[in-house]
Design a protein around this ligand. Structure first.
Ligand code: PNS
Length: 164
């Protein structure tokens, strides 16, 4: 029997951007199923959106993808979560060289914790090199235009947040 190839794509997704979506699309070319997993560890601190809001936004974006995409949240260690859902691969997107050091440290730590789980880096498409959730939030908070950097539904939620 052929094994199903499952990967976990973890992150804060506060909020999901077109850069994240590009990485999910690339992952679906390699894996049968991708679980997008929102880490809730940072929730006490500075997230703009609650976990529930982030889950809703991501589910909305991928509503047409059927069973190949699952959207979930997790607390605790990522490698334990990946193990629990039967994923042997963690996907991370790389934009510029500046991402590398942080990503390298995380990948090595995760490898030390669970050597059987591999981290796979995918290069973001060049139109997305400069997008980050942090900058998107900053620009919207200062009344800048981020349409084209996030899905329409996310843009609406961002505008609501900063109007409130
Ligand atoms: O989108 P982000 O904020 O760069 O994602 C970071 C994330 C959520 C992947 C990372 O912080 C994480 O894996 N957190 C879960 C806790 C954990 O396993 N920490 C050790 C990883 S080295």
């Amino acid at each position: 029997m052929e094994r199903t190839r499952v990967a976990v794509y973890p992150g804060s997704f506060d909020p999901i951007t077109n850069g994240h979506i590009d990485i999910v699309d690339r992952s679906l070319r390699i894996f049968d199923r991708v679980t997008i997993a929102i880490s809730t560890n940072g929730d006490k601190g500075g997230s703009l959106f609650t976990t529930k809001e982030r889950l809703e936004m991501i589910r909305d974006v991928f509503s047409g993808h059927g069973a190949r995409i699952k959207v979930d949240s997790f607390s605790g260690l990522l490698v334990d979560y990946a193990d629990g859902v039967g994923a042997k691969v963690i996907i991370r997107g790389l934009r510029a060289v500046s991402d590398f050091e942080y990503e390298f440290q995380m990948a090595m730590m995760n490898r030390g914790l669970k050597p059987e789980i591999e981290t796979l880096f995918l290069m973001t498409g060049e139109s997305y090199f400069y997008i980050s959730s942090r900058l998107v939030k900053e620009v919207v908070s200062l009344q800048g235009d981020v349409s084209g950097l996030v899905p329409k539904s996310v843009l609406q939620r961002l505008l609501q947040k900063f109007k409130a």
